[in-house]
Design a protein around this ligand. Structure first.
Ligand SMILES: [Zn+2]
Length: 276
């Protein structure tokens, strides 16, 4: 049996990150959230922090990276209005560059509080800043999906420094794609360097559900959406739903859709991590 938390997440079709395929529980047993009676901390890593490769590059090629990769967020970039609203596909905000956070202040803490708030309200278990219209490298998640339960995790400026060779399929949903759930293949485990809400650096190894949630949210910080990683066959199975979201965007905004699933010439599922 899946845990109560998993079932609750599964019953909500628009959850940020859901596991919605009960018939596959046997195949995906490794990704069940930790049972409440057997809940272990997600962050039990003993890894020593080592500067991520990108930080080393930033020192040696600072000028170049500030333009291309390491642009930092200004206070204006971190301005937000509560309550936060979820940005829907195909809004270009989801494809925009996300800046590094360098100011660890009260405003950042408030933003994180608001992100957890909207995440719990929508029965999500993970949420990235661009999904609430803030293009910075910040994500929150709690595999338990319930305030006061499990462990609330905040990752600022995360980097994937290692990922397992073993790839596993798993059914994902995304708050920016309400009602769409489909299989995505990803590495089973990842090692991550990041900063916490105070700016302190740390390193952690994630597996099972926390690894899956992290990778989905990390993709958002890279401007990658979950259907980018689906096979052509899986994309075909949700094509009509993607087109419906594109039409809704046009109806809502009066603008042309900035991207469309129909204009992709040749489908190739995205693989690997942009910065690992
Ligand atoms: Zn998502």
């Amino acid at each position: 049996m899946a845990s109560a938390n998993l079932l609750r997440s599964s019953s909500i079709s628009h959850a940020t990150f859901t596991t919605t395929n009960p018939c596959r529980n046997n195949r995906f047993a490794n990704f069940r959230p930790v049972n409440p009676s057997d809940r272990r901390p997600v962050f039990s890593s003993n890894y020593q922090y080592k500067p991520p490769p990108i930080a080393v590059q930033a020192q040696s090629k600072r000028g170049l990276l500030q333009i291309n990769e390491e642009e930092t967020a200004s206070p204006a970039d971190l301005q937000f209005e509560a309550p936060l609203k979820i940005v829907m596909y195909p809004d270009p905000i989801l494809r925009a560059k996300n800046k590094r956070v360098v100011t660890f202040d009260e405003n950042l803490k408030k933003l994180v509080d608001e992100m957890f708030d909207v995440m719990y309200k929508t029965d999500g278990i993970g949420l990235s800043a661009p999904q609430v219209g803030i293009n910075v490298q910040l994500m929150v998640f709690n595999p338990a999906g319930e305030r006061g339960e499990g462990e609330e995790i905040v990752l600022v400026n995360p980097r994937v420094v290692k990922s397992s060779k073993k790839l596993v399929p798993f059914t994902e949903g995304c708050l920016s794609f309400p009602g769409i759930n489909a299989d995505v293949v990803r590495p089973e485990a990842v090692k991550v360097d990041a900063q916490d809400i105070t700016g302190a650096k740390f390193s952690v190894s994630l597996s099972r559900l926390p690894s899956r949630v992290f990778q989905h949210e990390f993709d958002h910080l890279e401007g990658t959406l979950f259907f980018d990683r689906m096979t052509a066959e899986v994309v075909d199975s949700i094509r009509a739903e993607l087109l419906a979201l594109e039409q809704k965007y046009e109806d809502r905004t009066g603008l042309s859709r900035p991207e469309s699933i129909e204009t992709r010439k040749r489908w190739k599922a995205a693989t690997g991590f942009g910065r690992s």
